[in-house]
Design a protein around this ligand. Structure first.
Ligand code: NAD
Ligand code: UGA
Length: 469
């Protein structure tokens, strides 16, 4: 039986931001492969089977509609799924541990291990198990030990196939990946399983973008890719602080730096700090691994990326406080955007959460607007009920506010009628542009006091001293 034959049955355990879109694209690209996605969360599965998918991702509705019911299925019957499948992707969450040894640093592998044990118990034929979740190096070894316990030896072959999609562009990233990485043991079983997976991706990904490595390199490359990406943002954000002290402009600096073809011009936007469910978690995981192996200098180096990110978020709040005359008590402040980036409704680790909580600590009254993330924002700020209002309409949100803090770079925020917004706000009116998205000169002409990231502020105040906090 060759892969791609109607007999290939793929199961994915975990119907989240990775499992859902990844499997939808595999099903769309391989109509003759049966793809089933299972999850312990029945509500999530019900949403995947409905017209209102559980995640907002541009282009995803169309891909799911194309394949669902044909060769793409969403179900809560995990055991039946395991029995039926030849290839099982595991895409459960691997959050940072919150208890015991490694709390706040190491990956919490309980969901992953439970899944491994469930696979072992239910499987009655040989399976290829694909690590899709992001995992610490050497997890595959632990998995193999669980799978091989008892009389199950040699029935399971473990591959590492980390996912590199970014939210907001997931469908495009999956359809046109920079690379697909597949790690395996160098045994004949490992190589055979790896080739089966290569054949599936090769249906739409050029062969020279399918990279095969040993399993440990594959696991580590995922952590390192995220660490490098996050490091780039922390590098830019660190320099944005220096720009504000020296009247340099971070957008001019990053343009000059990014024109060096060795560095490239992408992923150099100064911001209010990076968010998302993975960057911080994966760097802390890397830091934990380095400390575990006694590499304290290496651990300290990478931990600095997270320190700078925390510093950037705190700096944003402290600047707001300083500019708004050192008190925010009772002031109405509007947050434009709450998602951790544009084009997603995901708010996990969004800088918006930290900033909202800090502003509430300063006794500000908040009003949050976001085109996709208000449901999550309500959950994130549930403890602050009564201090936060929510509205989808940015004009309603800004009316009566003293300041706007732009948290998410939704493109629609760039083209709002800011004259109208200015007229509806309390004066003096402030805009803190945490994404350098807006036309700062124009806002200043309208009457706003404008505070971008990493470039000179534009104010209507005439103090002799530097206004920066
Ligand atoms: P998620 O929380 O959105 O989805 C995980 C799903 O797994 C949840 O629906 C949960 O109910 C389910 N689950 C947990 N335990 C289960 C079990 N025992 N059986 C069945 N289902 C179970 O997480 P995610 O964002 O999709 O991330 C999954 C993994 O992929 C993580 O390791 C993450 O680091 C990695 N990753 C995420 C992204 C991203 O953009 N979100 C990108 C690349 C890699
Ligand atoms: C990131 C990686 O880009 C993916 O390759 C990876 O698969 C994924 O993490 C993961 O492992 O979960 P994601 O977090 O979805 O994807 O989104 P990014 O586009 O990387 O943005 C992360 C954060 O950095 C966002 O808060 C974003 O606003 C911020 N960012 C990004 C900046 O502040 N400046 C930039 O120039 C780029």
């Amino acid at each position: 039986m060759s892969d791609g034959s109607p007999d290939t049955r793929i199961l994915c355990i975990g119907a989240g931001y990775v499992g859902g879109p990844t499997m939808a694209v595999i099903a769309a690209k391989c109509p003759d492969v049966k793809v089933t996605v299972v999850d312990i969360n029945p509500e999530r599965i019900a949403r995947w089977n409905s017209d209102r998918l559980p995640i907002y991702e541009p282009g995803l509705d169309g891909v799911v509609r194309e394949a669902r019911g044909r060769n793409l299925f969403f179900s809560t019957d995990i055991e039946a799924g395991i029995r039926e499948a030849d290839i099982i992707f595991v895409s459960v969450n691997t959050p940072t541990k919150t208890f015991g040894t490694g709390a706040g640093m190491a990956a919490d592998l309980q969901y992953w291990e439970k899944t491994a044990r469930q696979i072992r118990e239910c499987a009655d034929t040989p399976k290829v198990i694909v690590e899709k979740s992001t995992l610490p190096v050497k997890t595959a070894q632990a998995m193999k030990r669980i799978f091989d316990a008892g009389d199950h030896e040699n029935r399971f072959t473990v591959l590492s196939n980390p996912e590199f999609l970014a939210e907001g562009t997931a469908v495009n990233d999956l359809e046109n990946p920079d690379r697909v990485l597949i790690g395996s043991d160098e045994t004949s079983a490992g190589i055979h399983a790896r080739d089966r997976l290569v054949d599936i991706y090769a249906r739409w990904v050029p062969r020279d973008r399918i990279l095969t490595t040993n399993i440990w390199s594959s696991e580590l490359s995922k952590l390192v890719s995220n660490a490098f990406l996050a490091q780039r943002i922390s590098s830019v954000n660190a320099i944005s602080a220096l720009c504000e002290k020296t009247d340099a402009d971070i957008t001019e600096v990053t343009r000059a730096v990014g024109m060096d073809s060795r560095l490239g011009n992408r992923f150099l936007n100064a911001s209010v700090g990076f968010g998302g469910s993975c960057f911080k978690k994966d760097i802390l995981n890397l830091v934990y691994l380095c400390r575990f192996y006694g590499l304290n200098e290496v651990a300290d180096y990478w931990e600095g990326v997270v320190h700078i990110n925390n510093y950037q978020k705190e700096r944003f709040v402290v600047n707001m406080l300083g500019q708004m005359f050192h008190t925010l008590s009772g002031k109405r402040i509007c947050l434009f955007g709450f998602a951790f980036k544009a084009h997603t409704g995901d708010t996990r680790e969004s800088p918006g959460i930290f900033i909202a909580k800090r502003l509430i600590e300063e006794q500000a009254e908040l009003i949050v607007t976001d085109p996709q993330a208000l449901e999550s924002a309500r959950r994130d700020l549930a403890d602050a009920e009564g201090r936060v209002q929510y509205t989808e309409d940015p004009y309603t949100a800004a009316a009566g506010a003293e300041a706007i803090a732009l948290i998410t770079e939704w493109p629609e925020y760039a083209s709002l009628d800011y004259e109208r917004i200015f007229q509806s706000m309390v004066h003096p009116s402030f805009i803190f542009d945490g994404r350098n998205l807006l036309d700062h000169r124009r806002l200043h002409e309208i009457g706003f006091n404008v505070f971008p990231i990493g470039m000179p502020a534009l104010t209507h105040f005439h103090e002799e001293h530097d206004m920066r906090a």
